[in-house]
Design a binder for this molecule. Sequence first.
Ligand code: RTP
Ligand code: MG
Length: 155
Amino acid sequence: MSHHDERTFVMVKPDGVQRNLTGEVITRLEERGLKLVAAKFMQIDEDLAQQHYGEHEDKPFFDDLVEFITSGPVMAMVWEGADATRQVRRMMGATDPAEAAPGTIRGDYGLDLSQNVIHGSDHEDEGANEREIELFFDEDELVDYARADEPWVYE
Ligand code: RTP
Ligand code: MG
């Protein structure tokens, strides 16, 4: 990991998995030059969902959010790259797909505020990326490797 790289937590939500968009999301992140360092296809239980979305526990939509994110399997991942957290958020687009720009993942595939395909750590929430990575992955599940194209992608 070079000095300007950071890691961010990304998840294809249950709607994205059901709609066969897992590969599309991975392809977009790969083609953008981000590097995959961990992936886990898994079912989130209620306890993990409540921790992951803990910042929203007082919001009226919290119970629906927990129910939705536990409604089917997700693809949880860690991606690495320069300014990765913010870059992924830009690629995701606005939370509400109706407001998300065309060309963004939510703008192209999102259906509604719940079924918005993808989660990414909030770049405006300091340390959210590291907290979420720790919540979903053990240290030894983060794969340390060099990729052949690393020198030219960011230079
Ligand atoms: P996410 O955490 O899932 O990546 O989404 P986000 O940062 O773009 O949006 P956030 O404010 O963190 O909200 C988390 C998820 O809660 C649902 N939501 N519902 N009914 C509502 O007003 C409302 N607001 C947010 C969305 O599914 C959003 O992705
Ligand atoms: Mg969020």
